[in-house]
Design a protein around this ligand. Structure first.
Ligand code: NAI
Ligand code: MG
Length: 349
């Protein structure tokens, strides 16, 4: 079997970590022996924008629809292109038009990770983030009249979108540790979050065997630092999920290791696999970026394609590399991107 993958390395360290992860995925396919990847690389991103005035061609979405999945590095060149242009012209455009309504972001304390937590008992949780609406709905505006100035940003929560995220979280918990925490703030937000709580309770009735708890987002953020081992699956709105997942990367020890997947769970369009980190202009071009976030993201693509056992082998190879002390600077080590990639390839058998 052949999987056709559209590759968008993007900008900065995206161009470095993506080839590293492709090498690991090719090796994984070789280890499995039943399939291969066929990569098609697209040079879209900020350089493309500086040449053409667009982040990707007008028919970019149509082109991407011809592939099985999308593997993306990071976009952003803040010194030359404003972030709202690079983000909305490529990343968010793909997420929205491909209806990638679920964003999955795991955080797990692997052996050898320098978690800054005072008492890291080990943790392993996944944030299921609603990825298409909520606080990031494009609704609102600005009013300026006389001395008055007002900015309005509406949050939109549909029953369909909310239920979809909750069901996905409960289904995921079935094959994990049977527990879902809902991130809410119904003591402060008087319309959206009481609705969110209602839908959580309703969907939860279809999963009585799964433990279910609601936590206010502020308390939840504190719990994630104090007792991250208490969490299994966390379901969160777009904004809350965005914030919690950077926190997830931070308590592992570096944002450079945190993986993510934007899923079209109906499998009508390709899903997009991209790490949590950005293009890291401060270290780009030096060969010292941590490739593990991109490699772990590749593991999530293997899971989604139906190879979870192979995915576990990749995660084991990542962990063996860290446990051996082969780490890039963000994790306190001195290894280069190539050293880390070579070690992962070596451990992947
Ligand atoms: P960033 O994630 O690029 O960098 C934050 C810090 O983490 C920097 O000090 C960087 O050196 C470090 N870092 C990140 N990834 C690393 C890795 N793999 N290995 C070692 N160190 C790593 O976030 P920042 O600086 O806020 O954004 C830079 C650009 O990236 C901006 O244009 C931003 O819009 C864009 N961005 C793009 C994302 C995407 O494409 N998915 C996500 C986040 C930011
Ligand atoms: Mg973010």
């Amino acid at each position: 079997k052949i999987y056709r993958i559209a590759v968008i390395p993007g900008d900065g360290i995206g161009k470095e970590v993506v080839p590293a992860a492709m090498a690991v995925l090719d090796k994984a396919a070789q280890v499995d022996g039943s399939f291969q990847f066929e990569w098609a690389t697209f040079p879209w991103g900020c350089n493309y924008y500086l040449e053409t005035g667009k982040m990707m061609p007008d028919d970019g979405i149509e082109i991407l629809k011809g592939y099985d999945q999308i593997f993306l590095g990071a976009v952003g060149m803040p010194a030359l292109v404003p972030d709202h242009i690079s983000l909305w012209g490529l990343l968010i455009k793909i997420r929205r038009e491909m209806q990638q309504s679920i964003n999955v972001r795991p955080a797990k304390l692997l052996q050898g990770l320098p978690s800054p937590l005072r008492n890291p008992n080990g943790f392993d949780f996944v944030v299921v983030r609603e990825n298409s609406e909520g606080e990031y709905a494009e609704s609102g505006g600005r009013i300026h009249s006389g001395q008055e100035e007002v900015a309005i940003q509406n949050a939109i929560f549909t029953r369909k979108g909310t239920e979809r995220a909750m069901r996905y979280a409960f289904e995921m918990a079935k094959s994990r540790r049977q527990h879902v925490t809902s991130a809410t703030k119904s003591n402060g937000l008087t319309y959206s979050m009481p609705f969110w709580d209602e839908v959580f309770a309703e969907v939860g009735r279809d999963y009585v065997e799964i433990g279910q708890v609601s936590n206010h987002i502020d308390a939840l953020a504190a719990f994630l630092v104090m007792k991250p081992e208490n969490f299994d699956v966390i379901v969160a709105s777009n904004l809350f999920g965005d914030i919690l997942t950077d926190l997830g990367g931070a308590i592992m020890g570096s944002i450079g290791i945190a993986p993510a997947a934007n899923l079209n769970i109906e499998r009508k369009y390709p899903s997009m696999f991209e790490p949590v980190h950005g293009s890291a202009p401060d270290i780009a071009g030096k060969g010292i970026a941590n490739p593990l976030g991109q490699i772990w993201t590749g593991k999530m693509m293997l899971d989604f394609l139906g190879y979870p056992e192979l995915g576990l082998k990749v995660l084991d190879a990542i962990e063996a590399t860290l446990a051996q002390g082969i780490k890039t600077g963000d994790l306190g080590g001195t290894a280069t991107l190539q050293d880390v990639t070579d070690a992962v390839l070596h451990h992947l058998q």
